[in-house]
Write a protein that binds this ligand. Structure first.
Ligand SMILES: Nc1ncnc2c1ncn2[C@@H]1O[C@H](COP(=O)(O)OP(=O)(O)OP(=O)(O)O)[C@@H](O)[C@H]1O
Ligand SMILES: [Mg+2]
Length: 163
């Protein structure tokens, strides 16, 4: 287990559509802690087979959400933590909540990164990517938490990446 991962718990319960596999993780607010956590969560997601063939979209979205929480939410304050709750229903969907200890923000008035005046900007694409790759992205708790959900592709669409 990564040293940066301070708490781990996993469980298996039952959902109307089958087993519900969950894991809770947290990291200190350091950029270097993001990749080990992404690797660990993606291994869990792949093992659960909740979005077979679409893991890369979830990985990109997860990485963007964690980066936002560590950098914008907690301002890389190592006394603060980022918490992740990941729930998988095999062959159905994955849902992920990333929560930080910051003051939040308003997601309503974010600039559109595809607008001509922003195309050359080096930033401002993370949330756009998350919304492009996931089926649902919702900000909660005043912007200190983001809820994301991706449904499994139908069996005949698997392998046709949306990237
Ligand atoms: N957890 C958060 N806490 C506080 N502010 C946030 C949080 N997440 C996003 N934001 C705000 O929303 C803005 C847009 O986020 P987004 O991820 O789209 O772009 P970015 O982080 O600025 O750049 P990029 O992700 O492309 O490197 C951020 O600049 C920040 O102001
Ligand atoms: Mg970002």
């Amino acid at each position: 287990m990564s040293k940066q991962c301070e708490m781990q718990s996993s469980s298996c319960n039952f959902h109307s559509n089958g087993p519900l596999l969950q894991t809770e993780q947290s990291i200190r607010s350091e950029v270097s802690a993001i990749s080990p956590l992404v690797d660990k969560l993606m291994a869990f997601i792949k093992k659960c087979q909740c979005v077979p063939g679409n893991e890369i979209e979830v990985e990109i979205s997860l990485r963007e959400a964690l980066a936002n929480s560590v950098v914008h939410g907690n301002h890389e304050d190592t006394d603060k933590h980022v918490y992740v709750n990941c729930s998988c229903v095999p062959d159905e969907e994955v849902s992920i909540v990333v929560r930080d200890e910051g003051t939040g923000f308003s997601s309503a008035d974010l600039p559109d990164p595809t607008a001509a005046e922003h195309l050359r900007s080096m930033h401002g694409r993370g949330i756009y990517l998350m919304k492009s790759f996931m089926d649902e992205v919702r900000f909660e708790r005043g912007g200190t938490a983001v809820y994301m959900r991706k449904k499994a592709a139908k069996a005949h669409d698997r392998g046709r990446s949306s990237l």
